[in-house]
Design a binder for this molecule. Structure first.
Ligand code: UD1
Ligand code: PEP
Length: 417
């Protein structure tokens, strides 16, 4: 088991390059199943989620050629079906995208109930509702989800909750359905648009991605294409928070500032200076931090994935801050670990009340999930003394080269066995 050891107290300074978006990449890779030809995906992040999905594709019969650390050439011509058992699917949430993609191409798929971070109840009823509306039959037995349809027919699907995963999965399944599918109350996250752009480049006919009504006209066939993944807004937001927390001055390169509006607005409210350029953002954290309230919301609201890193920042801001987590009720597991480091946080249901303290102190802590790991890294960067963070495999799911990136910015951090 590897862990991180971080000595706090260094102000982060310099330039950091943001990798491709994990949450887009993990949908784009399964989407290649629909092409039945060769696709080239560029700017993929070099993270464990991408490695698992590439392995999964190979086990399912695809040819996967790693051109370089960030580029995969994927040929799915020889795939005839999709059977992904628990061993394959348990590593990450996104394994469920094979359901939509394989249903679209083969009209059937069998995938184990997906894994992913344990951040609360993560039902997939909206995915199932969408597949059923298009004519598929779904059975769940012994943890395996089976979807099958004689033919898929476009349908009007109203989502009862705004779900990123269900929106993408329905889009995947609908690309080659007969007629038009309309997804109402669709999620609007940037990676929905990225996946739609990739599918359109394959020959799909998708309009409205990025709004809450997406229209997909089924086409007969898709083809291979080349696509570059958009920058990771969550990784960028994490470095923005880390720069602010350490009172640093960091230029965060390769970002789409529009995707970061919610985090930019909240950091400015805390007194952090932010300068936006075309594809970079500079964060200057020299002024005293004011505490604020944060409510997680679907895009363009404040992303739940940055709530945990943000709680570390609020822990050392003057006054009281309140975080309301509206998306995942189990996303406060990191709070007990932050308390070990001296944070003053009370959690009541979906609300965390944070009373800012003057300083955090190094301690032995464990990441409970991916963004909990990011939150603990930020806390460790500002804590007095050394912090040991266990369960670092969670962080490896979503942050490419985090130790290299942080040490380049001046952090004192290392990974040990
Ligand atoms: C791989 C990936 O992209 N993961 C992201 C994705 O997860 P994921 O796609 O799993 O999250 P969803 O957007 O689907 O979930 C949002 C909310 O809808 C609920 N829900 C979802 C589906 C469903 O069928 N029924 C239902 O009730 C969930 O319990 C949750 O409360 O979006 C989340 C919310 O932005 C992010 O935290 C995750 O990082
Ligand atoms: C929760 C996350 O990922 P997943 O949905 O894959 O568990 C995340 O990226 O913060």
């Amino acid at each position: 088991m590897e862990k991180l050891i971080i000595k706090g107290g260094q102000k982060l300074k310099g330039i950091v390059d943001i990798s491709g978006f994990k949450n887009a990449a993990v949908a784009l890779i399964p989407a290649t199943v629909l092409a039945g030809e060769t696709c080239i995906l560029e700017n993929l992040p070099d993270i464990s989620d991408v490695k698992y999905l590439a392995e999964m594709l190979k086990s399912l019969g695809a040819k996967v050629n790693k051109i370089d650390a960030h580029t995969l050439e994927i040929n799915t011509t020889n795939m005839k079906e999709c059977y992904a058992d628990y061993e394959m699917a348990r590593h990450l949430r996104a394994s469920y995208y094979f359901l939509g993609a394989a249903l679209g191409r083969f009209k059937k798929a069998q995938v184990s109930y997906p894994g992913g971070c344990c951040i609360g109840n993560r039902p997939i009823d909206q995915h199932i509702k969408g597949f059923e509306a298009m004519g598929a039959t779904i059975t769940v037995e012994h943890g395996m989800i089976s979807v099958e349809a004689d033919k898929l027919v476009g349908a009007e699907i109203y989502m009862d909750v705004v779900s990123v995963g269900a929106t993408i999965n329905i889009m995947l399944a609908a690309t080659m359905a007969e007629g038009q599918t309309v997804i109402e109350n669709a999620a609007k996250e940037p990676h929905i648009v990225d996946v739609a752009n990739f599918l359109n480049c394959m020959g799909a006919d998708i309009r409205g991605a990025g709004t809450d009504v997406i229209k997909i006209r089924g086409v007969n066939k898709l083809k291979g294409c080349r696509h570059s993944v958009i920058p990771d807004q969550i990784e960028a937001g994490t470095y923005m928070i880390a720069a602010a927390a350490t009172k640093g001055d960091v230029v965060i390169n390769n970002v789409i500032p529009k995707h970061l509006e919610a985090i930019t607005a909240k950091l400015r409210e805390m007194n952090v200076e932010i300068i936006e350029n075309d594809d970079s953002i500079r964060v200057i954290g020299t002024k005293p931090l004011k505490n604020i309230n944060v409510k997680t919301l679907v895009y363009p609201g404040f992303p739940t994935d940055l709530q945990q890193p943000m709680s570390s920042l609020l822990s050392v801001a003057k006054g009281t801050g309140i975080i309301t987590e509206t998306i995942f009720e189990g996303r406060f597991k990191h709070v007990d670990e932050l308390k070990r480091m001296g944070a003053n946080i009370k959690v009541e249901g979906r609300v965390a009340v944070i009373q800012g303290v003057k300083k955090l102190m190094g301690a032995s802590v464990a990441a409970t999930d991916l963004r909990a790991g990011a939150a603990l890294i930020i806390a460790a960067l500002i804590a007095e003394g050394e912090t040991e963070i266990e369960n670092i495999h969670y962080v490896d799911r979503g942050y490419e080269g985090i130790i290299d990136k942080l040490t380049t910015l001046g952090a004192v951090a290392r990974r040990v066995k």
